[in-house]
Design a protein around this ligand. Sequence first.
Ligand code: ADP
Ligand code: MG
Ligand code: ZN
Length: 198
Amino acid sequence: MIRVNPSGGWLEVICGPMFSGKSEEMMRRLRRAEIAGRRVVIFKPRIDDRYDTADIVSHAGARMRGVAVASVSELTASARAFEVVGIDEVQFFPSEVVAAVLALADAGVRVVAAGLDRDFRRLPFGPMPELLAHAEFVDKLQAVCHRCGGPATTTQRLVDGRPAPYSGETIIVGANEQYEARCRECHERGEELAAVAA
Ligand code: ADP
Ligand code: MG
Ligand code: ZN
């Protein structure tokens, strides 16, 4: 592959719980790259067609044009010709995204990947451990704990206002659920489905 940046590519990972400002930080970095005259693009996984605007939107309402892709191969094909490639919600991509991102960085692309480092159970999320291990630069952001106001490092999933069962699906599209940022102390483990049923 032709090197896009003569100075070489690299991988930056922005991680943290929901509401920690990952998407805002991604947009800040890519806007600056745009100002510097770079060809930039932000991808996000196409997981839910019902809300499919391709835009990247932060919880505070900031917005930037994005491209929704259905697969890693679509991402790779669309990333050609860009010098700076952002990937938001990268935790939702399958593990092949790691090789794809490394290939882009090897080809001279600056890759900025933002995603949840852990799921609502506090377990590492999808491809994030590998991306974090390979990254040249890592930032782990904190949100504000919805309970105590301290630094929140976890995401609390609530179903009908109660901590979600630990054994529930990681991704439930369209469920009656809500998320809060919580600190370690305030994060609650949901009851098992079996225990609830008994
Ligand atoms: P992420 O992509 O990490 O989910 P966003 O960049 O979308 O985060 O949103 C960050 C913004 O969300 C903050 O600037 C703030 O305005 C808002 N916000 C809402 N709830 C919280 C919270 N509990 N902690 C921090 N920011 C919050
Ligand atoms: Mg986000
Ligand atoms: Zn707390």
